[in-house]
Design a protein around this ligand. Structure first.
Ligand code: SAM
Ligand code: SF4
Length: 321
């Protein structure tokens, strides 16, 4: 195993809830997942304490709020306001977009910089089936509201599954170009119910790029610092320009450059999405034990390796995607 050197510009993904209104086929089983109880879920105070520790000791550069669905947690704008006050340079949020039309202005006002919105299909029927009842129109309205509120860049995340929505790659990219959003294709990962869709449903980034090549010109462009996406500038048949990214967690893992930590909704600090385990830090946070948090963080960072096997038993909605 190759140990990954301790990264400088650390990035933290915080799952603020394991709840979600949707049941995306690759993420949540139809019956949902066992939810953590009220006392187990990290409070906003716990989260702020964690961010302060990581900022002061490790130079935390980026925080992403995720879930479950982060916009179902009451008062999420209060947390964003408090994290903004801590001066984290890059504060972003990943959402299914269902509540974005209503919340985008409030989130912007609280200090949120930008959002990623999951959008796997532009067919209302396929969208409903894939997400377990999602309303495509509401998500599209959320994307427009985020753009109007200035939560830019708005990035759209799409997971393509062979035989379900893979024929929509071109359409999704045209939609992104038309709406001034950057689209990112995320490879389906064998985590949670996603595992049952592999291998038949899997489509590699290379396969998607080849398909897009028939209708778009793709030119490699620089990746953003710390980003897991390989990016391309694109021009469509009408000459309109945009950008597309590919997150190839399975076919071309980026573990050697990964500087991410994750914390689950119930306060487990995790170094790798693919591997089980992590360190429970909720008690340390509540005891105000910054030294123990620092020690745990170093331990998790030391455990990050450049070779990864998917052995994660938690659902993506628990880990925070
Ligand atoms: N609910 C929010 C959303 O859907 O954007 C945030 C949480 S969700 C777990 C974060 C991301 O994880 C989504 O973009 C989703 O597509 C992705 N995801 C979930 N399960 C996945 C899987 N098995 N393979 C690849 N991506 C997955
Ligand atoms: Fe919910 Fe996001 Fe998982 Fe879909 S991907 S079930 S929206 S947490």
């Amino acid at each position: 195993m190759i140990a990954v050197p301790t990264p400088r510009g650390l990035s933290l993904r915080i799952s603020v809830t394991d709840r979600c209104q949707l049941r995306c086929r690759y993420c949540m089983p139809p019956e949902g997942i066992p939810l953590c109880g009220r006392e187990a879920i990290l409070t906003y105070e716990d989260i702020v304490a964690l961010v302060v520790c990581l900022r002061d000791e490790f130079g935390l550069a980026k925080v992403r709020i995720t879930g479950g669905e982060p916009l179902v947690r009451p008062g999420i704008e209060r947390l964003i306001g408090r994290l903004t006050d801590l001066g984290i340079p890059d504060l972003a949020l990943t959402t299914n977009g269902l509540r974005l039309a209503e919340l985008a202005p409030v989130l912007k006002q609280a200090g949120l910089r930008r959002v990623n919105v999951s959008l796997d299909s532009l067919s209302p029927e396929t969208f409903r089936r894939l997400t377990g009842g999602g309303d495509l129109q509401a998500v599209q309205a959320g994307i427009v509201a985020a753009l109007d509120a200035g939560l830019r860049p708005v990035k759209l995340n799409a997971v393509l599954i062979r035989g379900i929505n893979d024929a929509e790659a071109d359409h999704l990219l045209d939609f992104a170009i038309d709406h001034d959003c950057e689209l990112r294709f995320i490879e389906l990962m064998p985590i949670g119910p996603g595992a049952r869709l592999l291998p038949d449903g899997f489509l590699s980034s290379d396969a998607v790029r080849r398909r897009l090549g028939a209708h778009f010109t793709l030119t490699p462009i620089a990746s953003e610092t710390g980003s897991s996406a390989r990016r391309y500038g694109v021009v469509n048949t009408e000459g309109n320009r945009g950008a597309v990214g590919f997150i190839s967690s399975c076919s071309a893992p980026f573990c050697a450059e990964c500087s991410r930590l994750r914390v689950t909704a119930d306060g487990r600090l995790i170094g790798c999405l693919a591997r089980d385990g992590g360190i429970p830090i909720r008690g340390m946070l509540r005891a105000g034990d910054a030294k123990a948090i620092g020690r745990s963080t170093r331990q998790v960072l030391k455990g990050k390796t450049a070779d990864r096997n998917f052995e994660q038993r938690m659902a993506m909605a628990s880990i925070g995607g």
